[in-house]
Design a protein around this ligand. Sequence first.
Ligand code: ZN
Length: 237
Amino acid sequence: MDRFDGFEGMLLTDQVRSTGAILANTSKGYRRARFTVAHELGHFLMERHELTSDGGFTCRAQDMRETRDGRQHVRQESQANQFAAELLAPTYLVTPLLSPEPDLRDAQRMRDHLDISLEVCVRRMIGGRDEVLAAVWSFKGEVRYLVKGSGFPYVTVSRGDRLPPISAAYRAVQNAQPGFTEFAEAHPLSWTSRTDVDLYEQTRMSNNGHAVTLLWADIPDDDDDPDRPELSVPTFR
Ligand SMILES: [Zn+2]
């Protein structure tokens, strides 16, 4: 429907939530729309959320990916996403689907079991595992967006950039062979600005040019290193 252009979902309601009606954009598929409905339900139930328009809430695609804790609007989008993720992919259903080590195949299995989008599953995996993870979504070799888990270093690519030519993701996209690559060690500077991390990457290539790359950073924890000598306290005279 034309009226949905640019919007993923709407919640028609008032500030005190006397009644509510949810509209979801289904043009990107049923699984994505399920998340949208759950997200709008979150806005309806979280009574401190402030309406974003006269008649309720209008949420865009980037709102559905918001994870930051910032100003009111950003924070309430994050909270609605957290609500939707917990509702559709609760921890007790997600945990049994995870392998001992991070693997994008787990996200695909989660998608099929829980009937939600692969994108939500990848984000759920990043947030739900102990490893330090991030994911980069690309289309025909161009970065669409990325999501970083807590503790992941600054990622040097952003929306609109080409995938780093020295990355395995770049090679996977060149090959255009649908499926999963195995986790391989990446040069840390291909994705981050740090040289002191061990970095691994795995890509899932679709048959339509879309790809998602999972990044796994092993970050040295110097402060807890028992072999590290105590720093001497300088003395001044
Ligand atoms: Zn929203």
